[in-house]
Design a protein around this ligand. Structure first.
Ligand SMILES: NC(=O)c1ccc[n+]([C@@H]2O[C@H](COP(=O)([O-])OP(=O)(O)OC[C@H]3O[C@@H](n4cnc5c(N)ncnc54)[C@H](O)[C@@H]3O)[C@@H](O)[C@H]2O)c1
Ligand SMILES: O=c1ccn([C@@H]2O[C@H](COP(=O)(O)OP(=O)(O)O[C@H]3OC[C@@H](O)[C@H](O)[C@H]3O)[C@@H](O)[C@H]2O)c(=O)[nH]1
Length: 346
């Protein structure tokens, strides 16, 4: 199947974006950039906050309802004057004076986004509407973390941004993948209608330290299982593929996208592609050669293949991932060992 056109980045806004509040440029303004991160207590969000906080001119505000995130992920910043943490659900309006919004709030693991699907779709639709309303009101630039799941079970491989996808609109994953598709639509409608500065990242499977141990996603499951000496659960048929991006590469890509001139959507992911059986074998070899691999039942609508075409990210952001799966897995293993209290045998 051919790609379905690529008009997104050429769209001209109807009018220029609203100016930021004059206070932001006043001599009383102590920080150069005030940044809101929704979902900042989660896995990717907390690593993003770490990177943003490294710049001493940034002030960072996190809004999170702690559904899948935790204050613990941000403990090193709590009490720091440039950092604020707000318990807030993005399905409710929020008013804060900010220059940039990284909008990540949304459960990402299929187990968690399917747990309360109506809430997931509200988070994607009403949550994104609320954050766009805020961006419009204060003249902020907003970045949405969309997903490779907008391509559904893709019939084009690898997936370029111009591919419109193959998504089941009434399936058990739809609250998430259709939710993110509507969120992308809202971003472009606010851009065209109100001149809001938007950025859309289509994130492919990302892994690294701080993932919830019982998050349910494949890399965290396999590492936790290997460390506990439990069989690795490969969901059938095991030939389905994913491409795994280490979290530091992801954060670098997101910041480049926010700071750059392109609206996106832009795929951010690592093109190294593995079957789930290959992933299990790699985890077994690196972490616990004695562990068994078991085949178990899969869930409906599981995409059969996934690999990003990152031509656009390379050309427009000068970005490509640096960390290979075999180098990233041991970094995550170290974090999981500490949290599970399993030390490495000498
Ligand atoms: N990790 C991946 O592989 C991946 C892939 C594609 C897209 N994404 C997207 O990146 C973002 C972050 O993913 P992650 O892996 O860090 O997931 P995560 O579940 O660790 O983090 C999501 C955060 O959002 C918060 N949240 C959820 N619903 C909320 C609501 N209604 N109001 C306020 N906060 C809410 C959670 O408490 C959590 O802290 C998500 O938008 C996800 O869709 C992630
Ligand atoms: O224990 C497990 C868990 C999962 N799997 C398989 O591993 C593959 C990946 O599953 P995951 O649950 O990690 O993640 P998925 O690729 O289905 O969704 C993911 O990708 C897009 C993001 O937007 C989502 O947030 C993210 O969770 C699937 O084929 C699944 O069947 C296993 O084989 N064993």
């Amino acid at each position: 199947m051919a790609s379905n056109g690529d008009h997104q980045t050429t769209v001209k806004p109807v009018k220029p974006p609203p100016s930021p509040s004059p206070l932001r440029n006043s001599k009383f303004s102590k920080s150069n950039m005030r940044i809101l991160v929704t979902g900042g207590a989660g896995f990717i969000g907390s690593h993003l906050v770490d990177k943003l906080m490294e710049n001493e001119k940034n002030e960072v505000i996190v809004a999170d309802n702690y559904f899948t995130g935790s204050k613990d992920n941000l403990r090193k910043w709590i009490g720091q004057p440039r950092f604020e943490l707000i318990r807030h659900d993005v399905t409710e309006p929020l008013l804060v004076e900010v220059d940039q919004i990284y909008h990540l709030a949304c459960p990402a693991s299929p187990i968690f986004y399917k747990y309360n699907p109506v809430k997931t779709i509200k988070t994607n639709v009403i949550g994104t509407l609320n954050m766009l309303g805020l961006a419009k009101r204060v003249g902020a630039r907003i970045l949405l973390t969309s997903t490779s799941e907008v391509y559904g079970d893709p019939l084009v491989h690898p997936q370029p941004e111009s591919y419109w996808g193959n998504v089941n609109p009434i399936g058990v994953r739809s609250c998430y993948d259709e939710g993110k598709r509507v969120a992308e639509t809202l971003m472009f409608d606010y851009h065209r209608q109100h001149g809001i500065e938007i950025r859309i990242a289509r994130i492919f499977n990302t892994y690294g330290p701080r993932m919830n141990i019982d998050d349910g996603r494949v890399v965290s499951n396999f590492i936790a299982q290997a460390l506990r000496g439990e069989p690795l659960t490969v969901q059938k048929p095991g030939t389905q593929t994913r491409s795994f991006c280490y979290v530091s590469d992801m954060v670098d890509g997101l910041i480049r996208l926010m700071e750059g001139e392109n609206t996106g959507p832009i795929n951010i992911g690592n093109p190294g592609e593995f079957t789930m059986t290959e992933l299990a074998e790699t985890v077994k070899e690196l972490i616990n050669p004695g562990v068994e691999i078991n085949m178990v039942e899969n869930t409906p609508d599981d995409p059969r293949q996934r690999k990003p075409d990152i031509t656009k990210a390379k050309a427009l952001l000068g970005w490509e991932p640096k960390v290979k799966l075999r180098d990233g897995l041991p970094l995550m293993e170290e974090d999981f060992r500490l949290r599970l209290g399993v030390s490495k045998k000498k």
